[in-house]
Write a protein that binds this ligand. Structure first.
Ligand code: B4P
Length: 194
């Protein structure tokens, strides 16, 4: 199995690049943001709870997202690998993910971390907010709160994987096609090895 984490701050291009990466590599896409938004649109109890946090730019509690990922992994026993997009976002989520994968006799192959400046992140998210209908995208204060959450809780996840030598930084500014090429250059040799 080949399991990839696409990492980076909000607006760094994780969702955008994931769509193309799953098409090229046939990995199963697991985006906690998409899973949470689907719960919200179906107005489930989990979705209503998660919305309170997301609307403020805060992370949803670990136990909620870990439970969601655990069920999603079980739903795809035959996957050739997973692309984790927006997960793990805390060290507790990273440790939980390692344990879940261990139960399946597999592990994270690599974390590709997109590097984008804060001003570019805010610009992209405000632009998406004009059309996405996402309540967390159309308010600059909420966007800045998401970036603060990233620095306080999520950036440490890269340190967690660095101790296993699994992190590769990839420049995340420039054209979407160029960034996609840079990601593929990192994935191709590792996938061939796996
Ligand atoms: P997510 O859905 O994960 O969204 P995101 O990080 O904000 O955006 P992403 O990085 O995927 O967007 P992209 O750059 O592709 O999270 C939303 C919320 O859900 C979180 O704030 C949190 O509350 C909650 N949540 C999710 N996972 C969680 C977890 N594990 N634990 C706790 N809470 C969790 O796109 C941004 C824009 O940039 C797009 O408009 C795109 O077109 C544009 N763009 C992309 N690449 C570009 C480029 N190269 N140049 C110019 N524009 C570009």
């Amino acid at each position: 199995m080949f399991n990839l984490i696409l990492f980076g701050p909000p607006g760094s291009g994780k969702g955008t690049q994931s769509e193309q990466l799953i098409a090229r590599y046939g990995l199963k896409h697991l985006s906690t943001g998409d899973l949470l938004r689907s719960e919200i649109s179906r107005q489930t109890a989990l979705g209503l709870e998660a919305k309170k946090f997301m609307d403020k730019g805060q992370l949803v509690p670990d136990e909620v997202v870990i439970g969601m990922i655990s069920s999603a992994l079980d739903e795809h026993p035959d996957a050739r690998g997973f692309l984790f997009d927006g997960f793990p976002r805390t060290s507790a989520q990273a440790e939980a993910l390692d344990k879940l994968l261990e139960l399946k006799n597999t592990s994270i192959s690599v974390m590709l971390a997109l590097d984008v400046s804060e001003e570019e992140l805010v610009k992209r998210l405000l632009k998406r907010g004009e059309t996405s209908g996402r309540s967390d995208d159309n308010n600059e204060q909420v966007i800045r709160a998401r970036i603060v959450e990233y620095h306080n809780k999520t950036a440490a996840v890269a340190d967690y994987y660095k101790q296993f030598d699994k992190v590769v930084m990839v420049p995340g500014e420039g054209s979407i096609a160029h960034i996609f090429d840079s990601l593929c250059k990192e994935i191709d040799p590792r996938m061939a090895e796996a």
